[in-house]
Ligand binder design. Structure first.
Ligand SMILES: *Cc1c(COP(=O)(O)O)cnc(C)c1O
Length: 392
């Protein structure tokens, strides 16, 4: 953790990203020739994070013009970028084509028509993966744990209404499927991937499509709940080599979010108050879901530790943030019993779905600062900002 003289005194909360350990982690992930790796930019779009991923050979999955601009601004070539997302209008896709993007995950029949028109108008021929959403019949062994219909992609029945030959401006040579989250078991992940193969191959055949690329999205988990479970990367690579052979594809893609960047990030804030309330031990923190929303929407806390060392017995505390809503809670977590006002708390696994997933504007607190640790040196990338920065 940063020596405190590197950190501005008046900050209510800040993120620190350890780019040295990120670089090591990414280089391990890249030491294989089974899968092509993309980074799901929504997990952490900070410039320095994107640069580190780019230098290690990752490609980039963007879902908005803002993400695209941010990746291009880091000198990443447009041919290393793909565009996913259910809300792609014709003008958005045409704009992406103009900016050099040539790989698209298409999620609706309209998107397919519009992209074909836009490619014709611009005389280019982008590569297209169709995003598939699968369901299992009630009573069948359901690998997805629920059959909620989402806006991501289309069912096989809908896709089967098209013929790829009708879209001459598009090279439709891949399928994309991703409808699971934070998987922590290799066996379960493999079972899930395995069950996708047959329906996807059947679909490709019905569409008259030459299936060259299979994109299995993200969803590789990190151990938020500190259960000591976790995925083995060598096992993932072995399993995916099997999936790749069964699917008969020449390229297998993954778009990693949290598995790439969660571990390198820390969020630090301090204790403003401590009290006992009914049966609960409560800590009220300077920063909460205004900086770190994810626990409130997933009921998965980020793991916490006190910065100061203590030999006091751990006990459970409710960790509340500064917002005047009961939603603002970062979890019920164990900390040394002597934790008190002024102590700094460090939340781990905060490199993904932290700063940009949160709700910084509510109640006009400070926007969190962001620091990076690179080559052993701490640098501030974003200074803390008061609410006057955005209030009008
Ligand atoms: C969010 C997202 C990912 C990354 O998800 P993780 O669970 O963080 O790995 C990958 N692909 C797509 C299309 C996504 O929307």
């Amino acid at each position: 953790m940063p020596p405190s003289d590197d950190i501005t005194e008046d900050e209510t909360g800040f993120f620190l990203y350890d780019l040295d350990s990120l670089k090591q982690h990414l280089s391990l992930l890249m030491q294989q020739d089974v899968i092509k790796l993309w980074f799901a930019v929504k997990a952490n779009p900070l410039s320095r994070v994107i640069q580190t991923l780019g230098q290690q050979g990752f490609n980039f999955d963007v879902a908005s013009q803002g993400e695209l601009s941010q990746v291009l601004a880091q000198d990443i070539a447009a041919d290393r970028i793909l565009n996913t997302g259910p809300a792609k209008s014709k003008s958005q896709m045409k704009g992406f084509l103009r900016q050099g993007v040539r790989t698209f995950v298409v999620e609706s029949l309209n998107q397919l028509q519009w992209l074909n028109q836009a490619a014709n108008e611009l005389s280019c021929r982008p590569q297209v993966l169709l995003r598939v959403q699968l369901q299992w019949q009630e009573g069948e062994k359901n690998p997805l744990g629920g059959n909620e219909v989402t806006a991501f992609g289309l069912s096989c029945d809908e896709w089967q209404t098209i013929k790829v030959a009708d879209f001459s401006a598009l090279n439709i040579n891949g399928l994309h499927i991703f409808q699971w989250g934070n998987m922590l078991s290799n066996a379960r992940m493999f079972e899930l991937w395995s069950q996708m193969v047959t329906p996807l191959l059947t679909l490709a055949e019905n569409l008259g499509m030459n299936l060259e690329v299979l994109d299995l999205g993200g969803g590789l988990g990190v151990d938020y709940l500190q259960t000591e479970q976790g995925l083995s990367w060598p096992t993932i690579i072995n399993d995916l080599a099997i999936i790749k052979a069964r699917a008969g594809v020449s390229e297998l893609w993954l778009e990693l979010g949290r598995y790439a960047v969660a571990e390198m990030g820390y969020y630090v804030t301090s204790v403003v108050d401590r009290k006992q309330n009914f049966q609960q031990q409560q800590l009220v923190l300077a920063g909460g879901i205004n900086h770190l929303l994810r626990p409130a929407i997933t009921e998965q806390p980020f793991p916490v530790a006190m910065l100061r060392e203590s030999t006091a017995t751990p006990c459970y505390f409710d960790l509340h943030g500064p917002l005047c809503t009961s939603l603002d809670k970062l979890g019920t977590l164990a900390l040394a019993d002597d934790v008190g006002v002024g102590d700094q708390l460090v939340f781990g696994l905060s490199g993904a779905y932290g700063f940009t997933e949160s709700m910084p504007f509510f109640l006009c607190h400070q926007v969190a600062a962001e620091y990076v640790l690179q080559q052993g040196k701490i640098e501030q990338v974003r200074a803390v900002a008061p609410a006057s920065w955005y209030l009008r």
